[in-house]
Design a protein around this ligand. Structure first.
Ligand SMILES: NC(=O)c1ccc[n+]([C@@H]2O[C@H](COP(=O)([O-])OP(=O)(O)OC[C@H]3O[C@@H](n4cnc5c(N)ncnc54)[C@H](OP(=O)(O)O)[C@@H]3O)[C@@H](O)[C@H]2O)c1
Length: 254
């Protein structure tokens, strides 16, 4: 059977493409033969020479700013693969917090940002043959992670959004893949100890999932194991997750 490579010849847009997993996506899309990749970045000055000489066009894009999103959609009318990767982790408590705005900002980026981009590019994807949307989510969205205060609910909302998007855009042939990501070696997880995956491996697993027609994909071993533990005994898992708050307070003093 012929191997499918949905990246080959694709015109992709990756949000949060200047570093971390977003940069990994740009590199892997190019390696798999993408025709062009739009690298969505909040501040183009954060891009040095990493995209020199390759089929990448840097566009200024803040996913929480509707004008910015609309400009990107007008500028990138040939897109057939949208990677909603941009994300924000405030590392704050949800209830017992000294920063009540953090959870709203996490929701703005991680949920409304994905919704803004999906709405703005739905017609473009339809006009370009259906294409696909990859939403970079988290194990913290697959179950409640108390040590990830407002981040966990925002990723959970984005997981539900992914399912609804898949249903709404089925008629125009747009595939939607929800990516359940574990722990990755990026700035967002710089405070995390233990095993961390490389950004490029997350991009590879995600694009493989798209090729296989998967709708929800655990991108790495930590995601697989965490979700398996959760489904085996949700009540026990919840008790264990609650205990991580005590460990966190002891180690960080927060
Ligand atoms: N690292 C992990 O362990 C891990 C685990 C699970 C899921 N994830 C998810 O993976 C995705 C990528 O995160 P990462 O680990 O690569 O973290 P990262 O290195 O902190 O990168 C986050 C990216 O998102 C961009 N961004 C933030 N707010 C934005 C906005 N309003 N508009 C546009 N771009 C914005 C950042 O741009 P600036 O450079 O301008 O700030 C940066 O490019 C996120 O959705 C994250 O939630 C990460």
């Amino acid at each position: 059977m012929a191997r499918v490579n949905r990246a080959e010849g694709a015109v992709a847009l990756v949000t949060g493409a200047n570093r971390g997993i977003g940069l990994g996506f740009v590199q892997e899309l190019l390696a798999r033969g993408a025709k062009k990749v739009y690298a969505g970045v909040r501040d183009p000055s954060t891009v040095a020479d990493e995209f020199d000489g390759v089929a990448v066009e840097v566009i200024e894009l803040d996913v929480t700013d509707l004008d910015s999103v609309q400009r990107a959609s007008a500028q990138c009318s040939d897109v057939n693969l949208l990677v909603n990767n941009a994300g924000y982790f405030a590392n704050r408590r949800l209830v017992l917090t000294d920063d009540p705005h953090a959870a709203r900002q996490e929701m703005e980026v991680n949920y409304f940002g994905v919704l803004n981009m999906t709405r703005a590019f739905a017609a473009t994807l339809g006009a370009n043959g259906g294409g696909a949307i990859l939403n970079v989510l988290s194990v913290a969205g697959a179950f409640a992670a108390p040590f990830m205060g407002g981040y966990s609910p925002s990723k959970s909302a984005a997981l539900t959004l992914s399912t609804i998007t898949r249903a709404e855009l089925k008629g125009q042939g747009t595939d939607v893949v929800a990516l359940i990501v574990g722990s990755v070696d990026t700035r967002m997880a710089s405070h995390v100890e233990g095993r961390k995956e490389s950004p490029i491996d997350i991009a590879r697993a995600s694009l493989d999932a798209l090729n296989k027609g998967e709708t929800v994909c655990d991108t790495d071993l930590m995601a697989v194991e965490a979700r398996a533990r959760y489904f085996r005994d949700p009540a026990r898992f919840e008790r264990q997750m609650a205990k991580t708050l005590d460990i966190d307070v002891q180690s960080t003093g927060r």
